[in-house]
Design a protein around this ligand. Structure first.
Ligand code: NAP
Length: 333
C-alpha cells in the first residue's frame, strides 16, 4: 500500500510517499481502508522529534513512523478476536499510535465508531483527535457548567474550532475565541463565538475583560504559550479554570503556583493519550460527535483536502498558519 512515512526526524523533506506492507490487525483491532485522514499539528511535532524530549514531558515515537492520528474508512478485516460483523462498516477512528497517512490503517475497535452511510466522510475525518481534546477539556477536565464563559485561544485551528462549537452545545454562556487575522476572526464568529479577539495586540486581555464586565472568563483553553501564557491570568475570573493543551509558540515563563490562591483559580493540563486509560470516555465522546454532526449542531471545518502524496504540503500550510479548521488527506487521489 502507499503511505507517508519518515525514517528520520526533521523538516518536511523527511516525509516520504512510498510503498510499505499493509498492516495486519491484531487482537480485536480493525483494518480499515482509509478514505480520509485528518492532519493534526501534533503530526508536525512528531515529525520534528519533539516528543520524548525532557522539556516536552510527554510522548515517544519509534522510527520509521507513519503519522496520522485519525481516519475514516471501511472495515476490511478484523483481528483474530475481532467482531466480524463490523466488516464492511464505515467507521471514524482515533488512532493513538498513528498510521492514518496510508491507504490502510489498523484501528483499535473501541476507538472506532460506526458512521451513517449518508454522512460526509471528509468532514468526519476532521474530528477525532481535535474533537476528543476539545470535548475532554470542557467536560472531564474543567467541567463546564451551563452559563459559564469560555475563552478559546487559537479558535480558528483544529482543536479551537471544535472547542468553540462544543462549548456552545454544552450550554456555555459567553464564548470568546482568539485568532491572528481578521479572516480567521470572521470564521471564529461564524462557528458560534460571541466575540473574536485579536491576540496579536499586546492589550488583548482588555477586550476580554470588557466583554465580561471586568470579571474575566470562567474557563480558558490554551495551546499557544510564550507571552500569551502570562496574559491569560489577566482575564481569568475568580474560581476560573485554565487548561493548557499545547505550546505552538513555545512554552511561557515559569509560573509561581501560589498566585492561584488569591482568586481560588486552578490550572491543569491534558495529554490526550493519557485518556486511553478511560477508553469508555473516548468512545462516548466519539459517539457524541456522530450524533451532533447528524443533528447539525457540530460542523467540522475542513480547511483543504489534499492527496495523501501531498502530506508535506499539509504540514507547510499548518506551520505557516494558513489553515482554518483541519486539513484532510485523501489516499485515493
Ligand atoms: N494536549 C493534547 O493532547 C493535544 C491534542 C491535540 C492537539 N494538541 C495541541 O493543540 C494545538 C492545536 O492543534 P491543532 O491541530 O488544532 O493545530 P492548528 O489547527 O494548527 O491550530 C493552531 C492554532 O494556533 C495558532 N497559532 C499561534 N501561534 C502559532 C504558531 N507559531 N504556529 C502555529 N499555529 C499558531 C493558529 O492561529 P492564528 O494563526 O490565529 O494565531 C492556529 O489556529 C497544538 O499545539 C497541538 O500540539 C494537543
Amino acid at each position: 500500500m502507499k503511505a507517508v512515512q519518515f525514517a528520520h526526524f526533521g523538516e518536511r523533506d523527511v516525509l516520504e510517499y512510498i510503498d510499505v506492507a499493509t498492516p495486519k490487525p491484531k487482537n480485536d483491532d480493525l483494518l480499515i481502508e482509509v478514505t480520509a485522514a485528518g492532519v493534526n499539528f501534533v503530526d508536525i511535532r512528531e515529525r520534528m522529534g519533539v516528543y520524548g524530549r525532557p522539556e516536552t514531558h510527554v510522548g515517544h515515537i519509534d522510527l520509521p513512523h507513519i503519522s496520522g492520528l485519525q481516519a475514516v474508512g471501511t472495515v476490511m478485516e478484523v483481528g483474530p478476536s475481532g467482531d466480524r460483523s463490523r466488516i464492511g462498516a464505515k467507521v471514524m477512528s482515533y488512532l493513538p499510535a498513528g498510521g492514518g497517512y496510508a491507504q490502510f490503517a489498523v484501528a483499535p475497535a473501541k476507538l472506532s465508531v460506526q458512521l451513517p452511510t449518508s454522512i460526509d466522510e471528509t468532514a468526519m475525518a476532521a474530528l477525532p483527535t481535535q474533537g476528543l481534546t476539545a470535548y475532554l477539556m470542557l467536560t472531564a477536565c474543567t467541567q463546564l457548567r451551563p452559563g459559564e464563559s469560555v475563552l478559546v485561544q487559537g479558535a480558528s485551528g483544529g482543536v479551537g474550532s471544535i472547542a468553540v462549537q462544543i462549548a456552545r452545545i454544552l450550554g456555555a454562556g459567553l464564548v470568546l475565541g482568539t485568532a491572528g487575522s481578521e479572516k480567521k476572526r470572521q470564521f471564529v464568529r461564524s462557528i458560534g463565538a460571541d466575540f473574536a479577539v485579536d491576540y496579536n495586540r499586546p492589550d488583548w486581555p482588555k477586550d476580554v475583560l470588557g466583554k465580561t464586565g471586568g470579571r474575566g472568563v470562567d474557563i480558558l483553553l490554551e495551546s499557544i504559550g510564550r507571552e500569551i501564557f502570562e496574559q491569560n491570568f489577566e482575564c481569568l475570573a475568580t474560581f476560573g479554570r485554565y487548561i493548557i493543551f499545547g505550546s505552538t509558540r513555545g512554552p511561557g515563563k515559569p509560573f509561581e503556583p501560589r498566585r492561584l490562591m488569591k482568586k481560588s483559580q486552578s490550572i491543569s493540563g491534558i495529554y490526550l493519550p493519557v485518556y486511553l486509560a478511560k477508553a469508555d470516555l473516548l468512545q462516548e465522546a466519539l459517539q457524541f460527535f456522530v450524533e451532533q454532526v447528524a443533528n447539525g449542531k457540530l460542523r467540522p471545518q475542513v480547511s483543504q483536502t489534499l492527496p495523501l502524496s501531498q502530506a508535506a504540503e499539509a504540514h507547510r500550510l499548518l506551520e505557516e498558519q494558513k489553515t482554518v479548521g483541519v486539513i484532510v488527506l485523501n489516499p485515493k487521489r
